[in-house]
Design a protein. Structure first.
Ligand code: PEP
Ligand code: MN
Length: 363
């Protein structure tokens, strides 16, 4: 899809373009106080609040609903800021448009479902307010792109993406693992789409927010969406990850915002020299892989001729142990080396399987 019609819907002059507000609108007073304090920081560009909350388990607080839309809109008017909320179906869109909500976003649990995204897209026909699409909960870039396409096809030109991490069965330090390579790939494919990072839902806990936000800025993301509540510990949803407006002010103030202007450093001779060396190293990495894979093929043939299984667990354990010990001594990250070895091993097995399968078809 051609996203070239996407307008720079907010000429983000200073990064981060900051969206903040509580996870959920709870009471009129909570909205007033939180939003007023956020506006006073002078750093917030858009106020957010969840009106309808998609909760993982039933019987949790599912949002105040429609009534809270007026609190959100009023907070925007009082503080002279645009307001944003999440929509998951046509009724939500309709209610938000009626209430004058300025920006809508599609939540991670909605992006996974093309029926729901299409329903929202249809409800948006003829409307051209900014729409932000969160990544789906599962790490599927095509599904994310598909949702952006559906909204774009409805005629929306002010389109952006929100990176909020991906759920994982494995316990990690994050609530949702960032898998930075996915938003990077999205940006590489569609450079015209601005990406806003949501450190709150990635981190799930206050202590990780700053690191995630800094990383997003270093990856040239346009903005941040960070949940803020006047009394985070008492929040009715996502209490552990919310921070008060004062802490948000501090967090943003402590970020290092590095230049994204290529022109100033692209021509620097030092960088050019480093990049040349990297090019050469990558070239030799590829050559090394070619040689290794050529041997895998030979080994496959040997195993076939001698009726030996492809996978030799002992040998694989030995490879992992020796390579990882060596890499560790050289100061390489254990997890990185393990992943790399697994990838190489998987490809080697694929090659050997090919050799075996060919013999089956020929024979
Ligand atoms: C939210 O922003 O409060 C929210 C529910 O986010 P997500 O869709 O990323 O889970
Ligand atoms: Mn939340």
């Amino acid at each position: 899809m051609d996203f070239s019609r996407i307008k720079d819907w907010n000429n983000f002059k200073t990064r981060p373009f900051l969206i903040s507000g509580p996870c959920s609108a709870e009471t009129e007073e909570q909205m007033q106080t939180t939003c007023q304090q956020l506006a006073q920081t002078g750093k917030v560009n858009v106020l957010r609040a969840g009106i309808w909350k998609p909760r993982t388990r039933p019987n949790a607080f599912e949002g105040v609903g429609k009534e809270a839309l007026t609190w959100l809109k009023q907070a925007g008017i009082d503080n002279n800021l645009p307001v944003a909320t999440e929509v998951a179906n046509a009724q939500h869109v309709e209610a938000c448009l009626k209430a004058g909500v300025d920006i809508l976003w599609i939540g991670a649990r909605t992006t996974v479902n093309p029926f729901s995204v299409q329903e929202v897209a249809d409800a948006l026909k003829g409307v051209d307010i900014p729409i932000l699409v969160k990544n789906p909960v599962n790490p599927d870039l095509q599904l994310w792109i598909g949702a952006l396409e559906r909204i774009h096809q409805a005629g929306v030109t002010k389109l952006g993406a929100i990176h909020r991490g991906f759920s994982s069965f494995q316990k990690t330090a994050y609530r949702n693992v960032p898998k930075w390579e996915i938003p990077i790939e999205l940006k590489a494919t569609f450079p015209e789409i601005d990406i806003i990072c949501d450190p709150s839902h990635i981190a799930g806990t206050r202590s990780l927010l700053a690191t995630v936000a800094q990383k997003a800025m270093d990856l040239e993301m346009t903005g941040l969406m960070i949940e803020s509540h006047v009394n985070p510990d008492e929040a009715w949803s996502d209490a552990k990850q919310q921070i008060n407006p004062e802490s948000l002010n501090e967090l943003i103030g402590n970020l290092t915002i590095r230049s994204t202007e290529a022109s100033s450093f692209e021509t620097s001779s030092e960088l050019t020299a480093f990049r040349k060396i990297i090019d050469e190293i990558d070239e030799s990495l590829i050559q090394t892989l070619v040689s290794r894979m050529a041997l895998s093929e030979k080994i496959g043939q040997y195993k076939l001729d001698n009726n030996v299984t492809i996978l030799q667990i002992k040998r694989w354990e030995e490879i992992k142990k020796t390579r990882m010990e060596h890499a560790h001594c050289e100061g390489l990250n254990n997890e990185f080396v393990k992943n790399l070895l697994q990838l190489i091993h998987k490809e080697s097995i694929r090659q050997q399987t090919d050799v075996m399968n060919k013999s089956v078809t020929v024979g």
